[in-house]
Design a protein around this ligand. Structure first.
Ligand code: HEC
Length: 405
């Protein structure tokens, strides 16, 4: 694909995706908040579940939650449904996945230092994880849950661990994080499509017929809504995880993935119960601190895939000149990071970084070390086949203060 067109497509789809996602999650959080803050109705009527006064947009809102018992259903146009936010978020996310990860698959999706998968196999793993993950979830919560809720919950947690391990063993760290988030996001959108909307249609039909809705259907939909609520925070983090190479680039990325997912769900939980749980502030502080400590510890554990250059390595020049460092950058990085790039498959001058000017290169020394030495997240998927020795030479040049003269 033409790189400029690809960038424009990325921009347009990403914009839609972020806006739809904000609308979906925003609605969902607002309704969740409403449900937890409803006051018992002062007007006692059959079917009334609660009411609440809100102040916003220069006026007072009075919202009443009711099962309508006996009252007639508002006409189609007066009754507002919420579903397109979810569907558009999922559809635009799927399109973005194709544009960013599957079209540029060689560099972003697979990584030879992680697995020997070809790009098409990588696409197979990615799509397989999303479809398989969603089907497994549906199976667990349709077939196992009615017999044993605990069983379904434990199997779901086990499946999440297995998914994290499998994805990080197959795909590049960055793609593994994104796909883990995509599986969770697909489960969420799937819940809206297969369970929550049908339950709402059943509710409307029952009220129209003057009867009561089947409480069983409503209970299942409630479970799925709770799952969605707990998944929102992890998914949002996973969707922006490509900014954190020190986390996704580590050999133990699967553990980071699980710690962050658990932390996101735990924070969501504490925010859910804060209206009734008085100790929620210290609990929240503890959760965030423990998660940050764990992530920090794992991030600093030695990574067997990254061979640290040792100070006494005779095979390396004792003093690395700038010319030598520049030669490596020209050979392994300039294909993308240059004002005249030869590889534009990942966009023009990615991250706005070029190694054409010595001063600019020197200013970027710490980031070069982070991406090409400490983590092996540059070049992406080692597309330009940088060697460990070359990484070590870059490290030594930076260790010596990254001199440019
Ligand atoms: C195939 C293209 C490609 C090659 C080759 C490449 N990069 Fe990158 N680089 C990218 C892309 C895409 C991004 C933006 C996404 C990201 O940050 O992961 C990026 C971002 C960066 C960043 C900025 C982000 C940050 O974390 O500060 C640095 C620094 C960087 N690369 C260093 C390097 C170095 C050093 C090399 C050579 C050893 C290199 N890159 C080779 C594509 C490339």
């Amino acid at each position: 694909m033409d790189p400029q067109l690809a960038e424009l497509a990325d921009l347009a789809i990403r914009w839609v995706h972020v806006i739809a996602g904000i609308m979906w999650i925003g609605n969902s959080l607002l309704f969740n908040w409403l449900d937890r803050n409803l006051e018992q109705s002062s007007i006692t009527g059959e079917g009334l579940q609660g009411e609440i006064w809100l102040l916003h947009s220069g006026g007072f809102y009075f919202v009443e939650k009711t099962m309508l018992a006996g009252r007639s259903l508002p006409s189609g146009r007066q009754l507002h449904w919420f579903k397109w936010q979810a569907y558009i978020t999922w559809l635009s996310g799927a399109a973005l996945l194709v544009v960013v990860y599957y079209v540029g698959a060689r560099a972003l999706l697979v990584d030879p230092s992680v697995s020997a998968l070809s790009t098409s196999q990588g696409v197979g793993v990615g799509v397989g994880a999303i479809v398989g993950g969603w089907l497994s979830y549906e199976l667990l919560w349709r077939v196992v849950a009615p017999r044993s809720m605990t069983g379904a919950a434990l199997l779901s947690l086990g499946a999440l661990v297995a998914l994290a391990v499998a994805l990080t063993a197959a795909l590049s760290g960055r793609a593994a994080f994104l796909h883990f988030g995509a599986v969770l996001g697909t489960i969420m959108a799937g819940n809206v499509l297969t369970t929550i909307m049908p339950s709402q249609r059943a509710l409307v039909r029952a009220v129209e017929a003057g009867g009561r809705p089947d409480p069983g259907i409503a209970a299942i939909a409630k479970t799925r809504s709770i799952h969605n609520n707990y998944l929102t925070f992890p998914v949002i983090l996973l969707m922006v995880s490509s900014h954190f190479p020190a986390i996704y680039g580590h050999q133990l990325a699967w553990l980071q993935l699980l710690v962050l997912t658990a932390a996101g769900a735990a924070v969501r939980h504490l925010l859910n119960v804060r209206f009734t749980f008085r100790q929620w502030v210290p609990a929240l502080a503890t959760t965030v601190t423990v998660a940050a400590l764990l992530v920090n510890i794992v991030m600093r554990l030695p990574d067997a895939r990254v061979t640290a250059p040792s100070a006494g390595d005779d095979a390396l020049p004792a003093v690395v000149s700038f010319a030598e460092a520049q030669r490596i950058l020209d050979r392994r990085c300039a294909a993308c990071h240059s004002n005249a790039p030869s590889d534009v498959s990942l966009g023009m001058m990615p991250a706005g970084i070029a190694f054409d000017e010595p001063e600019q290169t020197q200013a970027l020394a710490a980031r070069i070390r982070e991406r090409a030495v400490t983590t092996h997240t540059m070049p992406p998927g080692n597309k330009t086949r940088i060697t460990d020795r070359e990484r070590a030479i870059l490290a030594r040049w930076i260790e010596q203060g990254a001199p440019i003269r």
